[in-house]
Design a protein around this ligand. Structure first.
Ligand code: THU
Length: 135
């Protein structure tokens, strides 16, 4: 079942986080409309602001591979080396970035621990988005 596979992919992507400064490891797995999975983890930087979140690593690698249609994203985070810390919601920059490519009914699976997760739509997490139509 795709949701379980997506969650497993996010948990495993989290293991490849580069997070020496915050010690918070985040993993994301993005499902395309035609069933492919792209993963990402947060990659930090000594200058802090160039750090990139897990969701954007996954999204940008998918977009650069030519993908444009997305169905869902699974996300998990918490102290590196520990199990996921409970709901780990996407930051505002990632919500905005996802909204460029994903529709309001795009699903976000917030992984609580190795077994439980909660589902939200992008519209629930990010209503009244700023999009191209605002320009
Ligand atoms: N982080 C993510 O990867 N995704 C988010 O949506 C929130 C925060 C990362 C950035 C930083 O490396 C660490 O979590 C602590 O903020």
């Amino acid at each position: 079942m795709k949701e379980k596979e997506l969650i497993k992919a996010a948990l495993s992507a989290r293991e490849r986080a580069y997070c020496p400064y915050s010690g918070i490891a985040v993993g994301a797995a993005l499902l395309t409309a035609d069933g492919k999975i792209y993963t990402g983890a947060n990659i930090e930087n000594a200058a802090f602001s160039p750090s990139v979140c897990a969701e954007r690593v996954a999204l940008f690698s998918a977009v650069h591979a030519g993908e444009r249609n997305f169905a869902a994203l699974a996300l998990c985070g918490g102290k590196r080396g520990d199990v996921p810390c409970g709901l780990f919601p996407p930051c505002g920059v990632c919500r905005q970035t996802l909204s460029e490519f994903c529709s309001p009914d795009f699903e976000i699976l917030l992984i609580q621990d190795n077994e439980r997760y909660e589902k939200r739509t992008l519209a629930e997490l990010f209503p009244d988005r700023f999009g191209g139509e605002c320009l």
